[in-house]
Ligand binder design. Structure first.
Ligand SMILES: *Cc1c(COP(=O)(O)O)cnc(C)c1O
Length: 461
């Protein structure tokens, strides 16, 4: 492709992007498709001769667009949001054009130093001003990195060399129903989910019981096992379950265990001081992750990983082959030593643009408004005779079900999603199939919350 063609289509795509975002309300949130519908329209073999961009773009509109779930749709109430605010999309255009590898200070000095500053800004914004930070690709990677630190700390930083054969049995503690990324971190670290101890909760939303955590650790020590770390949740994916952070960290510190907090979704809300009671004590954690790529509006991928002591992370993950030595750059930070992949995208730029274009106060207002709208919808649904609220709002997330039982709830969800005006997902909570609702889209308005009420009321009647 020559650069004139590149420029032409870049401008076209900018115009298309605006039309796309502005027309989302007129589209179903999720495409009404069956598996294989897109595949059937794609040639089985790659082209031998290059094709015209106009033809490719026409195919994009004809084949791909009708098969997309619109995550930026203002009535996307499923899963958690993956907001890509316009300012962050613009930053990604520049990052894409430069396509820099940001693994070492030397391979992208400004990207490294901007990342340092952005993590400082974010730390202040969420009330964790004393932690160091790195931007990981996902919360899953940050959690895996934290579990690897737990492993290495418990093995005197010899595990990377010796492997786990012959090592004491390491034990990690979490509450019930944590995100699947925690199970996977246990798989990948070699510790194994047989050694993930699920500490009982005191209630569905209340998280783990600190005395039960202390007992589980003591029991394992008595059995000759080696407790290594505690993983805590703030705003679990299913219903927003949240562990009592201060009390659990206290227990972990008494036992000299490394602590990691998974606040992937809820962490963004901590830019609002009034929500920080959900993670009181978080500043005492060894490690914490939240995803600005969820609620805050920094285009995926952008996972903010904070650590109290970067040295234990570096001792676990840094590797220094000759070709990565950077003479003359002493005193600089090489963020690839803080993460599992070597190559790193320039992720700090979109945070810089986002925080400058919006300002933290606008983002606070957005999050507060989402919480208010979710509470309002919760109250209106609670008044419907056919609906039972299953779990109360945690920030902007709550769950409900149809009174006539699990089958009726599953059927209601299918009809809601086939309707297309809103998109919701299900989970299991306190033994029931329930429907989750979360408000979080950047472009959502009160009218979208009203539409959610209308659709649920109409289709459940
Ligand atoms: C979304 C989410 C994750 C996974 O985040 P990724 O960045 O996709 O890895 C982990 N934990 C919780 C609580 C989440 O909501």
């Amino acid at each position: 492709m020559d650069w004139d063609t590149f420029e032409h289509w870049s401008l076209e795509f900018a115009r298309w992007s605006r039309r796309y975002r502005e027309s989302l309300r007129d589209r179903p949130v999720r495409p009404p498709l069956h598996p294989g519908a897109t595949l059937a329209q794609l040639p089985a073999t790659p082209p031998e001769q290059g094709e015209d961009m106009a033809t490719i773009f026409a195919d994009f509109e004809k084949i791909i667009l009708p098969g997309m779930t619109h995550w930026q749709h203002p009535r996307f109430f499923a899963y958690f949001p993956a907001n890509a605010a316009p300012a962050s999309v613009l930053a990604e255009q520049l990052a894409n054009a430069m396509a820099a590898q940001c693994m070492l200070w030397q391979t992208s000095p400004a990207a490294t130093e901007l990342e340092t500053r952005m993590m400082e800004w974010l730390g202040q914004a969420v009330g964790l001003p004393n932690m160091s930070g790195v931007i990981q690709d996902s919360a899953s990677s940050a959690t895996l990195a934290a579990v690897l630190v737990m492993r290495e700390r418990a093995l005197d930083f010899q595990g990377n060399r010796t492997g786990l054969a012959g090592a004491p049995r390491l034990r990690i503690y979490c509450s019930d129903g944590v995100h699947s990324s925690i199970d996977r971190a246990l798989w990948v670290s070699g510790i194994g989910t047989d050694n993930l101890v699920r500490v009982p909760a005191t209630g569905p939303l209340a998280g783990m019981d600190p005395p039960a955590l202390a007992q589980a650790i003591a029991r394992d020590r008595a059995a000759g096992h080696t407790p290594a770390g505690v993983i805590l949740s703030v705003g679990g994916t299913a219903i927003g379950a949240t562990d009592p952070i201060a009390a659990c960290i206290e227990v972990a510190k008494q036992a000299d265990l490394y602590t990691h907090i998974d606040a992937a979704w809820a962490g963004s809300a901590m830019i609002c001081p009034e929500f920080r009671h959900y993670w009181t004590g978080a500043e005492g954690a060894d490690s914490l992750v939240f995803n600005p790529h969820k609620w805050l509006g920094a285009q995926f991928d952008c996972a903010a990983h904070f650590v109290a002591d970067p040295d234990s992370l570096r001792r676990t993950l840094a590797i220094n082959p000759d070709f990565l030595q950077t003479p003359g750059a002493e005193g600089s930070v090489d963020y690839s030593e803080w993460s599992i992949p070597l190559g790193r995208r320039f992720r700090a730029l979109k945070l810089w643009f986002l925080l400058r274009v919006e300002g933290v106060e606008v983002l606070r207002t957005m999050i507060r408004t989402h919480v208010t709208w979710a509470k309002g919808l919760h109250d209106r649904l609670a008044a419907l005779p056919q609906i039972t609220i299953q779990t109360a709002p945690m920030l902007s997330l709550f769950t409900f079900r149809h009174n006539e039982g699990d089958a009726a709830t599953a059927d209601l969800l299918n009809r809601i999603n086939a309707d297309g005006r809103i998109y919701l997902t299900q989970t299991t909570a306190t033994g029931h199939t329930v429907i989750r609702f979360q408000a979080g889209s950047f472009e959502m308005t009160q009218a979208d919350a009203d539409t959610a009420y209308d659709v649920i009321a109409e289709l459940s009647a």
